[in-house]
Design a protein around this ligand. Sequence first.
Ligand SMILES: [Zn+2]
Length: 239
Amino acid sequence: MQDQSVITSADLRTLPDPACTRFMRLVYDSQVQLWSAKKAVYAGNIPGAFLKNLPAGDSLPGRSIQLHSDIIDVVRKMLKDARKALSRAKSAGLKKGQHVIDIRIRSGYRSASKQFSIWERNYPKYYKRTREHRRILEGGEHGERAMQFLAKYINQRVFSPGYSPHQHGKAVDFTYKEDGVWAEADTSPESIFKWEESWLFFWLRQHGAAYGFTQNPDINEPWHWECDFNGEFAGGFWY
Ligand SMILES: [Zn+2]
């Protein structure tokens, strides 16, 4: 069950220049079409009754994180088991992980509305960054080509509202504390490399599937793991 009202480009704010407003809406729609082409299904906001708060000790300090009630217990069990395995590895004198002192969740459920505000906030930045390139395209900076180019550009950086895997409440971003610092969810190549070399990533690759968690092949983020649901739960259709 989810909120059936779909967020669309008509919900975007109006810009001072009507041509810019029209272009922004077309870019938004064009990005949504990229998802429809992949047969992705729009996910609306999940009602509060289906969400549970992760306890403070399992969340990145200072963050309040919600997860779908179907998976919260398994996520907590996973954290508990990973911490146990880490302390065993440390006692055994394993080099990797020796400076890791905790494992937690950095991000969980994110509503379509929240994703919409992220999209809207970031749009002007991507519009400006691609302007020079869009100007040399056939049809000019607000033409058909420009629209498709910007939609693809944005899609590599921000999910369309309704299509982020975090919106089902069944995806988590992990973090670990090593040498006093919580590992970031940072998509720079150096950061991804560091994460992939971490003790936690090795553990997740070996054991994640046993808890129903796998990596999304479309996303190159070692911290991001999704519950491996097949569309059917005891309660019926997944959302
Ligand atoms: Zn994620």
